[in-house]
Write a protein that binds this ligand. Structure first.
Ligand code: GUN
Ligand code: ZN
Length: 456
């Protein structure tokens, strides 16, 4: 890779404002991507966005700003991974089993290995990988170990990424080596929440993480929800991912009207709740989620990898739900958000083409996938005022993409001058090799070649 200028992204500390000159893609709504071919992103030295638009007017409006020339590059908002599992990273790519067998065979043993020593090795790699893929925000599950979760927070803090992290809570129906008492689980989670929720001016947040209804007693879920409300922290869990899981929940909670109703009864459906998968939901359950303004993490790659099913994305979007994309590693095989975006398009297409389907109306396009991977994710996590696109006043969370590096740098791409072509190639040809730099709050947290050290 040959950089166009010598040190792109280097911003001298004396400059109060910086202007990044590049082609800008700014997702506003599922089908509305703002596009400036010769564009600019202006940020202040506190890492806040001042403007995104045409280069010349922005240059005039911010005289004296340091100009960083990113000729030939795209500046896009950082991606949001709305659902992923840190301790499962070494168990990614193990195909062939469905959810409940997969958890028993591969995942619980992997999570048993999430000792503090393992966490100290794994967490920096995990966050570095997310940043190198252009991900600036992630909602992350750890396993039950308190100290390992603390180590994960420290690694996230050092890496510069924006993250919502929680210790998994499980007091039943899991192997003894991961099972906690209800009291232990609550105390450890409360302690971590006290330590980390809101750290670094809100860059790090805590999520109470009752794993899913089968591994949690009603009391555990109720108390976790109460603690989350009291502290303003998040709740994250899995919902209706797999038919056998749904049937199991029906047997475990015979009085509940539905799986979603189990969480409703526990007080878990809040504006700060993120529900992963949501494949097998009835119309009433969808309404319940919409009414409580919960976020939904759509995990299309995981849903295929674990043979779980296909979430009705188009219908869910039409219900007004707040939806983002999740890698769900290790349910999904990769942290790469480009892979998750194109899988979302493929899955919606496969669903639309299935016999008996009302065909094309249910497909989604590349703009929707790009929106879901950025602004949709931010909205699902209640961070729409902070990140997700390049609106003035938001934190400067963005990635610099070099289209010349699409498809491994074959040199054929990168000349397009219209948004449709660029977004389409971004979604279908992009991968982490095309990500040159990633910034969170204006701080460079990843650089492909020029420097390993973050700088402002
Ligand atoms: N349901 C409960 N735990 C998990 C998990 O770790 N991954 C996925 N995909 N689904 C789950
Ligand atoms: Zn998951």
């Amino acid at each position: 890779m040959t950089p166009v200028n010598e040190h792109p992204g280097e911003v001298p500390s004396s400059a109060r404002k910086s202007i990044f000159r590049a082609t800008i893609l700014n997702p506003l709504a599922p089908e509305r991507i703002e596009f400036f071919k010769d564009g600019a992103l202006a940020i202040d030295d506190g890492g806040t966005i001042l403007a995104a638009g045409e280069y010349r007017p922005i240059l005039r409006a911010h005289r004296g700003a340091k100009v960083v020339d990113l000729a030939g590059r795209l500046v896009i908002p950082g991606f949001v991974d709305a659902h992923t599992h840190l301790p499962q990273y070494p168990a990614a790519g193990l195909h062939g089993k469905q959810l409940l067998d997969w958890l028993d065979s591969f995942i619980y043993p992997a999570e048993r290995n999430f000792t503090p020593r393992a966490a100290a090795r794994l967490a920096p790699v995990f966050f570095a990988r997310l940043l190198s893929c252009g991900v600036t925000t992630a909602a992350v599950y750890c396993s039950v170990q308190k100290e390992s979760t603390r180590i994960a927070f420290r690694a996230a803090e050092r890496s510069g990424i924006r993250a919502i992290i929680g210790k998994a809570m499980m007091d039943r129906n899991v192997p003894r080596f991961l099972r906690e008492t209800t009291e232990q689980s609550l105390r450890a989670s409360e302690e971590l929440c006290r330590e980390w929720n809101g750290a670094d001016r809100g860059r790090l947040k805590y999520a109470f993480t009752p794993r899913y209804a089968p591994s949690c007693s009603a009391e555990l879920m109720r108390e976790a929800a109460r603690m989350a409300r009291a502290s303003g922290a998040y709740i994250q869990t899995h919902l209706a991912e797999n038919r056998a899981e749904v049937e199991w929940v029906r047997r475990l909670f015979p009085k509940a009207a539905s799986y979603t109703n189990v969480y409703e009864n526990a007080g878990m459906l809040t504006e700060r709740t993120v529900l992963a998968h949501c494949i097998y939901l009835g119309a009433r359950e969808r309404l319940l989620i919409a009414r409580n303004r919960c976020g939904v993490a759509h995990c299309p790659a995981s849903n295929l990898f674990l043979q779980s099913g296909m979430m009705p994305l188009r219908e869910m979007l039409d219900s007004g739900l707040r939806i983002g994309l999740g890698s769900d590693v290790a349910g999904g095989p990769t942290l790469d958000p480009f892979a998750t975006m194109r899988t979302a398009v493929y899955v919606a297409t496969a669903r639309a083409l299935a016999p008996g389907s009302r065909a094309r109306a249910r497909m989604i396009g590349v703009s929707t996938a790009f929106f879901l991977a950025t602004m949709g994710g931010a909205t699902a996590l209640g961070l729409e005022g902070v990140t997700g696109n390049l609106a003035p006043g938001k934190d400067a969370d963005f990635a610099v993409i070099n289209p010349k590096l699409f498809d491994g740098g074959c040199g054929v791409y990168g000349q397009a001058d219209n948004a449709e072509t660029i977004v389409s190639q971004l979604v279908f040809l992009g991968d982490e090799r095309a990500v040159e730099m990633t910034f969170v709050r204006g701080r460079r947290c990843y650089s492909a070649e020029w420097s390993e050290r973050p700088s402002r």
